[in-house]
Design a protein around this ligand. Sequence first.
Ligand SMILES: NC(=O)c1ccc[n+]([C@@H]2O[C@H](COP(=O)([O-])OP(=O)(O)OC[C@H]3O[C@@H](n4cnc5c(N)ncnc54)[C@H](OP(=O)(O)O)[C@@H]3O)[C@@H](O)[C@H]2O)c1
Length: 294
Amino acid sequence: MKIGIAGLGRMGAAIAERLLKLGHEVTVWNRTVAKTKPLADAGAKVAATPAEVTSNSELVMTILTDAAAIDAMYRGKDGLLEGAVIGKLFVEMSTVRPETERALEKSVRAKGAYMIDCPVGGTVGPARDGKLLGFAGGSELDVARARPVLDQLCRRVNHVGVVGAGAAMKLAINLPLSVYWQAFGEALALCQPLGIDPAKLMEIFSDTSGGPNVLKGRGPSLALALTGTPPNPVTFDVDSIRKDLRTMIEEGKSLGRDMPLTMRALECYDEASRDGIGPADAVMVTARWVNLKK
Ligand SMILES: NC(=O)c1ccc[n+]([C@@H]2O[C@H](COP(=O)([O-])OP(=O)(O)OC[C@H]3O[C@@H](n4cnc5c(N)ncnc54)[C@H](OP(=O)(O)O)[C@@H]3O)[C@@H](O)[C@H]2O)c1
């Protein structure tokens, strides 16, 4: 299939790599041109503009930083919606507020094209291996149209409602996870005096109710971080979690919901970022807290 990927950040690049390996004809574009090189070497066509990505593709995927990035990519000069757009299907996968996806759908529909949102759980490794978890929002017809490609990227695609529903689910799922990294730092501080080897600690926690699913994948990285080796390359950074937490709080407010724990978690992440670990991997929030001595 002719697939466009506009935005080659960590996730966009991993998704493009996977789709190329599966034999799709992939056209890419990225604001920072240097990031297109590895994909071009792997066989992707590099478009001169986002509009050209649309013109070259049947289906276009985006996974970008935030609402401002989506606006620039779709509605900016030579943006995706300036290409040969009629009848095309857009799959927007960023972690943003549902209203961002709903407003984008209006813009897409006004141009005679179709859109679903499908944010994903999982990080760079699962994206490369086709093991993400997708949360799709859109009409039955549009989700069915995207499904063959989504099934190649995800181990499971959940159709959770109309456009925007995927974004709502993704924010909800990331909330306890984001709070967890700080909570786990506080938990590990309690057992630090025991002097247990970090790898052993991860193994124990993973097998208890104090360890969520994520520990099975990220426990080894955290064990290394606790012994002074931060994860490299970074898969999901602290500043991106701050963006997610701010987005959750905005969404909660718009629904008339109080979010005391989420707000406190954001303060902890802000403090960690001020301490210089904004670009570091999420597990560094936990490691920083354990090693923070009064
Ligand atoms: N990393 C993960 O593990 C993970 C997992 C699931 C979901 N997510 C979500 O997926 C999205 C992307 O995450 P990521 O980790 O791949 O982020 P990233 O590596 O920082 O990449 C962000 C992408 O957005 C582009 N971008 C930002 N502002 C732009 C603008 N104004 N105009 C055009 N392009 C712009 C960047 O272009 P440049 O390269 O030019 O900066 C880059 O291609 C986020 O919403 C994140 O919350 C991430």
